[in-house]
Design a protein around this ligand. Sequence first.
Ligand code: PXP
Length: 236
Amino acid sequence: MPKLCINIDHIATVREARKTIEPDPVIGAKIAIDSGAEGITVHLREDRRHIKDRDVFLIKQIIPENILFTLEMAATDEMLDISNKVKPGLITLVPEKRQELTTEGGLNVISQRDYLKKYLVGLHKNGLTVSIFINADKEQIKTAKEIGSDFIEIHTGPYAENPCEAEIKKVKEAIDYGKSIGLKINAGHGLNYTNTEAIAKLNGIEQLHIGHSIISKSVLFGLKEAILEMKKIIRH
Ligand code: PXP
């Protein structure tokens, strides 16, 4: 059964809408762990639009040994330095564009092959385990293996946008191929309460990284309790 790693970036998105201190993603991480999350995932973006350095360092301090802490990041010198200080359980390299609303596609490993190969040497030298967020594309996956990645995370966004048999088949073939060449396999992006089952039942996925849909549901499902608490304060 794949482990559920919860991406808590969007708790920080709400905080940053007001540039205030709540909701605190560190408390979110604690609640997620206490509620059964098997991993916590954060994306420290270059523009720090949601998760901040302080969140990453504090989550690292509170996370138990048996819970996987994944840091998603762009392959930059700044992030190499931060990842070495934080030492998360897994680094997932993602492409990053300033204008995008969320990660739009897998990392193009083929076009940056030499740069990434060297970058992975740097991460491995620091004792880190590396995953690459990648499209379900055989040549990209092959190259990820050749440059030394330990894991790949298959981008499930295209399937989420068009949840049909053909897209599931692409994800399945990518898993099977990745495993056949010795990669460990994760998957994520765009997974929600209606489309996750078909992916979760494919054999060979170690971790599912899911964020937006879980945080969205928690906002609605927590609303009643939040209102009742405020009514109580007003009453008294
Ligand atoms: N995996 C990666 C590499 C991501 O960049 C994201 C989004 O930050 C996710 C998984 C989670 O995607 P979603 O928020 O759509 O569940």
